[in-house]
Ligand binder design. Structure first.
Ligand code: C2O
Ligand code: CU
Ligand code: CU
Length: 577
């Protein structure tokens, strides 16, 4: 008798207590000048408990930046934390010094003011911190925001574009909470799903064609997006631009960092509810979120996490009355993507992923080409305008979402087979499954910098922080020439001890002739930080205390330049407070 009522009670309970929070839609900022303040905050995810957070212009996440291709923007990023951070514009084609990677730190209390022209195609991008070893922490605490880029080609298409109404940004993030309901940065027990920072969310959509801009903003978990009852939808955009035509799907797998815009037809569903779900039971082994990772589930707590390998709801969608002038048709074609031709490739680079904890290890640490990331080591020097094929070889039992800065790429093959239609647009993240070989082609255009590198890394943020990252310089031919210029061998400049530099590092140099000598320190943007020597000197060997004014300069990458007469030598160094 009682049994009969249990299902009804469960449904009631579900409706009252499960999908109870209206999905938060981030505010938008647009124009040319953007003020972003990274600050501490708190949110009540659980009754009467405040969870400590970090947000941009608020408690959690940040405003959506609406940018138009071709315009110049000025970003003013103020760091109100007591910790250094950075802000990276993920997916955008920007000069290295404006990209916000780990070398471009924003110390506490300071403001970073990059200025750049938006060169990217219309799509969904995002911003997040990128401080070396702290990316996972800062993102988990809440720093992330959408960037929506619009352009003329997209504007001509009959697509939903009413932000928050029929064009909805959706960032999905899983979180683990400790007993005090504070975020845990590293845990396999990430059992709470937040959508736009909302726990147990629901969203009202009009009964028409609706565009969802899906972003996987999780540190590790992959989602296999779909709807209740396998309702189909169309993918229209990958990471960095529209596809040639909408692709009909019932599942869209997105790994951390990946974006996908989809169109869903709700025309006949007014008054009904449906869920955006993750069909995680269908994910292949080795992908975080699937039923098993590594041999025998070797990640601690992995098998105790109820989300792994099960299908679960992410967002409740209630279909309401259509808007005025609704979009009712799915366009038959979008834009024309023209991938770089294979014959134009100057070089093929192989990047092999291995675990230095042993082949069978699911915990790593994982490395690319055998070496963990080092701030001081440049992994590749790429000539400007090179077209390159990168071959990613995953020799581990865990799937890694590979991401590269500066460029968008076109996927060529997965294990020698051409990728499916929905992966043939411009991309900046690709999930490489265990033992899989993925090839892509890209071109390094427009920006060079002899000292500030771009990053490539695994977008599982814990792997990135643990060293599954590398960096490359894009340099013009003349810059490479200059680096190769040989100096008289009695003209020396070298660092001595300690390394990295601190405020009492000793350096020694030798000059072969009497001349006017300067030794200056510059930051990565080429601004002079301090002059150490500026005088006429006799030939000989000089030893001096580097004595950087550590109160004025922050930890990071710098370079120093010794000039004696016509001879110049420049060296890069890392300064640690
Ligand atoms: Cu989304 Cu290098 O990061
Ligand atoms: Cu990025
Ligand atoms: Cu990884």
């Amino acid at each position: 008798m009682l049994k009969k009522y249990i299902p009804i009670f469960c449904i009631l309970f579900y409706q009252l207590f499960y999908a109870q929070n209206k999905l938060l839609i981030p505010d938008t900022l647009s124009g040319n000048n953007f003020n972003l303040i990274v600050e501490n905050g708190s949110i009540s995810f659980y009754p009467n408990i405040q969870t400590k957070t970090i947000g941009v212009n608020g408690n959690l996440l940040g405003p959506t930046l609406i940018l138009y291709k071709g315009i110049q923007v000025q970003m003013n990023v103020k760091n109100n934390l007591s910790d250094t951070t950075t802000i990276h514009w993920h997916g955008m084609h920007i000069a290295p010094e404006n990209d916000g990677g780990p070398h471009t730190v924003i110390p506490p209390g300071t403001t970073w003011n990059p200025k750049f022209t938006v060169m990217d195609n219309a799509s969904t991008y995002w911003y997040h911190p990128h401080l070396h070893k702290k990316t996972a922490e800062h993102v988990t605490k809440g720093v992330a925001g959408f960037i929506i880029i619009r352009d003329d080609q997209e504007a001509k298409l009959n697509l939903p574009r009413k932000y928050g109404v029929d064009d909805v940004p959706i960032v999905v993030q899983s979180r683990a909470f400790d007993v005090n309901k504070q975020f845990i940065v590293r845990s396999e027990l990430d059992s709470v799903i937040l959508v736009n920072g909302t726990k147990n969310p629901y969203l009202q959509v009009p009964a028409q064609i609706v565009r969802f801009r899906l972003l996987n903003g999780s540190t590790e978990r992959t989602y296999n997006f779909g709807f209740t009852g396998n309702k189909s939808f169309y993918q229209i955009s990958g990471d960095g631009g529209l596809l040639n035509a909408p692709v009909l799907l019932t599942r869209l797998r997105l790994a951390p960092g990946e974006r996908g815009e989809i169109l869903v037809d709700f025309k006949t569903m007014q008054g009904q509810s449906i869920y955006l779900m993750s069909y995680a039971s269908e994910l292949s082994n080795g992908i975080i979120g699937s039923s098993s990772v590594g041999m025998g589930g070797s990640l601690p707590d992995y098998s105790n996490n109820k989300l792994n390998g099960t299908n679960f709801n992410i967002l409740k969608i209630d279909v309401i009355a259509p808007t005025q002038n609704p979009i009712t048709i799915i366009p038959s074609s979008l834009i024309l993507n023209t991938p770089f031709s294979l014959s134009s490739a100057n070089v093929t680079r192989e990047l092999t992923f291995t675990s230095i904890g042993g082949m069978m290890s699911a915990t790593g640490p994982f490395v690319i080409n055998g070496t963990p990331f080092s701030m001081e080591n440049i992994n590749y020097n790429i000539p400007l305008n090179n077209t390159e094929i990168w071959e990613l070889r995953n020799q581990t039992l865990i799937a890694h979402p590979f991401h590269i800065h500066d460029v968008q790429f076109y996927l060529l093959t997965r294990n020698g087979v051409q990728v499916p239609l929905n992966e043939r647009g411009r991309k900046d993240v690709v999930l490489v499954e265990p033992m899989e070989i993925v090839r892509f082609i890209t071109k390094f255009e427009d920006f060079t910098n002899p000292t500030v590198p771009y990053m490539y890394h695994c977008h599982l943020l814990t792997h990135e922080d643990d060293g599954m990252m590398g960096q490359f310089l894009v340099t013009s031919a003349t810059e490479i020439e200059e680096e190769k210029t040989s100096l008289p061998n009695d003209f020396y400049l070298y660092q001595n001890y300690p390394n990295p530099f601190n405020s009492s590092t000793i350096i020694i140099y030798q000059i072969p002739f009497e001349s006017f000598v300067t030794l200056k320190v510059f930051d990565i943007l080429g601004r002079e930080v301090t002059t150490i020597v500026n005088e006429f000197q006799k030939s000989g060997k000089y030893k001096l205390e580097f004595s950087l004014p550590s109160s004025d300069i922050s930890s990071g990458l710098y370079f120093y330049r010794l000039q004696a007469g016509d001879f110049v030598q420049t060296k890069k160094f890392v300064f640690m407070k």
